[in-house]
Design a protein around this ligand. Structure first.
Ligand SMILES: O=C[C@H](O)[C@H](O)[C@H](O)COP(=O)(O)O
Length: 228
């Protein structure tokens, strides 16, 4: 029987959730399994409150009866569990394949701890094979795309069918094909200098550790280089 590596990693991470915790719910096909498991534990009596990083995760949590709170009702979270599109040995991440990077970054940075859950295909030596998602405002997006291209990438506006994709925040996502990213901090700084950029999918020094599910049924833990 083949192992569901995403489920394996996600369910391991949920073991870190304890009674009374305020939890950030990630987005994507791996976070989905974490939310599902949390729903089971809540049904068994686990007492937590949660915030979600996307409409999809919020809907899933609500269906499962996970108690959701507004951001005005809490200041910080204890733990966020979220997926990643790529992660390297320093636990620098590329996120945003599902378009949720802005909310994910707000939630992860407002958490005492962030656990990344992923399958082994996400662990890479050098970031950049997965095009870096960058959330940009629709206003003057052509200029923003041209500023992004000057950083050495080919930016492509994400689409859903014939329509331009819009994030939960009403913004566009530019998928930026940089190739190998040799200095993520330098690139992050340059991206932050572009006025039309709302946020980018590089998560540096944010995650505490990653739980990687492997097809042989084992898990690997990668410790982060957290400096926040
Ligand atoms: O915007 C989406 C998120 O950053 C996801 O956590 C990321 O794309 C990984 O998703 P998945 O677990 O589906 O590969």
């Amino acid at each position: 029987m083949s192992v569901n590596v995403k489920q394996l990693a996600a369910e391991k991470a949920v073991e870190y959730v304890k009674d009374g915790m305020k939890v950030g719910l990630g987005t994507g096909s791996t976070a989905y399994w974490a939310i599902r498991k949390l729903g089971e534990r809540v049904a068994e009596g686990l007492k937590i409150t949660a915030v979600a990083t996307s409409q999809a995760s919020e809907d899933q949590a609500r269906e499962l009866g996970i108690p959701l709170v507004g951001f005005g009702d809490i200041d910080r979270l204890d733990l966020t569990i979220d997926g990643a599109d790529e992660l390297d040995g320093k636990l620098q991440l590329v996120k945003g394949g599902g378009g949720a990077l802005l909310r994910e970054k707000i939630v992860a940075m407002g958490s005492e701890r962030m656990i990344v859950v992923a399958d082994e295909s996400k662990a890479v030596e050098t970031l950049g094979k997965f095009p870096l998602p960058v959330e940009i405002v629709p206003f003057a997006c052509e200029w923003t795309l041209s500023d992004l291209a000057k950083l050495g990438c080919e930016p492509v506006l994400r689409r859903t069918g014939d329509e331009l994709y819009k994030s939960d925040n009403g913004n566009y996502i530019a998928d930026c094909h940089f190739g190998a990213i040799h200095s993520a901090p330098e690139l992050a700084k340059a991206l932050q200098g572009i006025p039309g950029v709302v946020e980018h999918g590089l998560f540096i020094g944010i995650a505490d550790f990653a739980i990687i599910g492997k097809s042989d049924g084992s898990i690997e833990v990668i410790e982060g280089d957290k400096h926040r």
